[in-house]
Design a protein around this ligand. Structure first.
Ligand code: B12
Ligand code: SF4
Ligand code: SF4
Length: 391
């Protein structure tokens, strides 16, 4: 006879679930939750989103069929998902200062530090190892864990919602009363039937601030984002030309966008990140568009080493900055830099077309007085009033 508990011993599973949350916190996850893998209710929503073409050029969103809503197809044997939250809001975010100055580049605050994918996956692996060690101590088989962060075909937000990490905001991001929404999600898929957590109640109420403040009208209805209009998609995911009618709406945002989170009242209480790695690197902190436009490919690769920004490559980097330069008020130096870049042999056809557009915008502004963007002015007031620490 042996005293080893059975794999389904309820008290062992309860203790393990408590330990996992404790270990997760020790590894830097601000919150850890557990859910089952039933996402059947999400399938028609996902299908509708794809049918409407909201994924745009992101072919990977459609190519795995409904696997995104079926974690056990992604990793056979999975019965539970451990969902984790890691906060990324850096100190000195200086949102308003940055958005206010149209000659300065705005880079989404999740991307100013080290690439989060590797960091979160490593921590998740450590959590998986600790779980397996605990199981081994009871002579139980391992958890078969697989860590995922962002890029796998899995619906991370609905899983996080089920696991009690937060509710789905009308901007479609997960947010929580104590945490706001400035966090990444990641998960461990495991084969242990751990007790599950309960979802938190939605607290958006009548608020629609994210919907009305989106510069491009990308939140087409509550909880639904048409990626093709989202600045995050246009500056990061889209490979080709940015549609001309949307270019003026990008302002100085050259990599991602934070507006729907900036106007969210729940973010007033958001904690700063505990990770030094997510602090904004000096070479990306409040930089002028012209300085960044002058980076050649070698400099771009060097300055973005280990950062998520590197993934878009130098060509899209230049494309995005050209649009922002076109959106800046008239400036001789901008016209000179665009003109020099236009005749240089290194600019691709894609970049050249955006440079041409930017030059036209600049020259047009030289002749006419540009008007202030009212939506932008409102956004700045909201940030300065609502987020004084981060403004
Ligand atoms: C594709 C993608 C994008 C696309 C499309 C965005 C979108 N809304 O789908 C683009 C490039 C635009 C994008 C932008 C951003 N993204 Co993104 N993105 C993803 C990715 C890879 C897949 C998302 C997805 O499955 N979309 C398909 C749609 C159908 O699913 P969904 O948006 O989750 O929608 C569900 C809910 O809205 C819900 N729903 C729909 N209708 C209704 C109705 C009601 C009543 C309710 C309650 C729910 C509900 O059901 C849907 C399906 O299950 C995830 C990582 C992952 N693997 O999940 C990261 C992810 C969602 N992105 C993330 C981030 C941080 C961003 C940006 C903030 C980055 C930035 N600053 O530029 C922006 C935010 C834009 C926004 N408002 O969504 C984080 C979000 C963290 C969080 N706190 O929620 C994720 C989870 C990555 C990560 N691992 O941390 N992203
Ligand atoms: S990230 Fe920007 S563009 Fe995209 S939905 Fe939010 S506010 Fe709109
Ligand atoms: S801005 Fe308002 S509606 Fe949008 S997520 Fe925040 S609380 Fe919800």
């Amino acid at each position: 006879m042996t005293n080893t508990p059975s794999p389904f011993d309820a008290s062992l599973l309860n203790q393990l679930a408590r330990d996992i949350k404790q270990w997760g916190q020790e590894l830097g996850f601000a919150k850890v939750g557990i859910c089952d893998i039933d996402l059947a209710a999400e399938e028609p929503i996902l299908q509708q989103w794809l049918d409407k073409g909201y994924h745009g050029e992101m072919g990977y969103m459609a190519s795995h069929g409904m696997m995104r809503a079926r974690p056990a197809e992604l990793h056979p044997g999975t019965v539970r998902v451990i969902s984790v939250r890691m906060d990324y809001l850096p100190p000195q975010a200086r949102f308003a200062t940055n958005l206010k100055d149209p000659k300065m580049a705005y880079i989404s605050r999740y991307a100013g530090g080290r690439d989060y994918h590797k960091l979160l996956r490593n921590r998740l692996k450590q959590l998986g190892e600790r779980i397996n060690q605990a199981l081994a101590a009871f002579s139980l088989p391992d958890s078969g864990y697989r860590p995922f962060v962002d890029s796998a075909p899995i619906l991370e937000r609905p899983l996080a919602e089920k696991a009690g990490i937060g509710w789905t905001g009308k901007h479609s991001l997960i947010l929580a009363e104590e945490a706001g929404s400035w966090f990444f999600l990641g998960e461990l898929l495991i084969n242990l039937p751990l007790p599950v957590d309960v979802a938190v109640t939605e607290q958006c109420g009548n608020c629609v601030a994210c919907i009305t403040s989106c510069p491009t009208g990308a939140i087409v209805e509550p909880y639904v984002v048409d990626a093709r209009r989202c600045i995050s998609y246009l500056t990061i995911e889209l490979q080709g030309a940015i549609p001309e009618e949307l270019r003026p709406l990008l302002g100085n945002r050259i990599y991602g966008c934070d507006d729907c989170q900036l106007v969210c009242p729940v973010n007033r209480a958001a904690p700063l990140t505990a990770e030094q790695d997510f602090h904004i690197r000096p070479q990306l902190q409040q930089m002028s568009l012209l300085t960044l436009f002058a980076w050649n490919e070698a400099t771009f690769l060097k300055q973005t080493e280990g950062s998520a920004i590197r993934r878009i490559g130098h060509e899209r980097w230049q494309r995005n900055i050209a649009v922002a330069l076109g959106n800046a008020p008239f400036d001789d130096q901008i016209v000179a830099a665009l003109t020099t870049a236009k005749v240089s042999a290194s600019a691709s056809t894609l970049v050249l077309e955006h440079i041409e557009w930017a030059l036209q915008q600049q020259l047009h502004k030289q002749q006419t007085q540009s008007h202030d963007n009212r939506k932008q002015q409102r956004l700045l007031r909201i940030i300065e009033k609502g987020l004084p620490r981060d403004a």
